[in-house]
Design a protein around this ligand. Structure first.
Ligand code: FMN
Length: 180
């Protein structure tokens, strides 16, 4: 199984990174490689220009020449894509949204790929931020014909993920299950 992970938090060692790390450790414990890891904050990904070149010509990918060209190739060879984001204003971060918008230019079949959504958020449940984000994630997966591998959200309002043993264990087990 080939894995590619995207960290959408601007904080390299924050809550979302800790949750993603736990899942990747679980994947490794299941005998798979943690694969490729993209810290979106340090990636050069321009916003979609809406030029629709990718839709006008089936054999053309997105024409914007930036880090997405390599990311399209990574996604192309992946079996599992992990999107890890904090909730910002009831949605994904700007860094993650730019990536998602550019997936529009991905002209290849995605039917066998699975996608996992990891979220952290401050407000205790019920909190419409993670709920809304899960909903948009499921719609996007359906549009892209990718299978939802899972959704995991962790509230960081009282305890950071790094100290939340239950969340770390749950993330680890989820990764292990996905590897198996
Ligand atoms: C700009 C900004 C907007 C946020 N918006 C929300 C929100 O709408 N709902 C929520 O529950 N938490 C919100 N939070 C809190 C973060 O989601 C939370 O602290 C998260 O765990 C941070 O992840 P990180 O440590 O990986 O950066 C926001 C934080 C920031 C900085």
């Amino acid at each position: 199984m080939h894995v590619v992970s995207f960290l959408g938090s601007p904080r390299k060692k924050g809550n979302t990174a800790a949750l993603l790390d736990a899942v990747l450790k679980g994947i490794q414990s299941g005998g798979c490689s943690a694969g490729e890891y993209i810290f979106l904050q340090e990636s050069n990904i321009q916003p979609c220009k809406g030029c629709n070149t990718c839709k006008k010509n089936e054999d053309r990918m997105c024409i914007v020449q930036d880090d997405m060209q390599g990311i399209y190739r990574m996604i192309g060879r992946s079996d599992l894509i992990i999107l890890a984001t904090p909730i910002y204003w009831w949605s994904v971060t700007a860094q993650m949204k730019v990536l998602i918008d550019r997936l529009y230019g991905m002209n290849f079949k995605c039917g066998t790929k699975k996608v996992l959504l990891l979220m952290t958020y401050e407000g205790a449940l019920p909190n419409s931020g993670p709920e809304t984000t899960e909903m948009l994630f499921r719609e996007i997966c359906e549009y892209l014909k990718m299978e939802v591998a899972g959704v995991m959200g962790v509230c960081t309002g009282t305890i950071p993920v790094q100290e939340n043993e239950q969340a770390l264990k749950e993330g680890f087990e989820l990764g292990k299950k996905l590897a198996g």
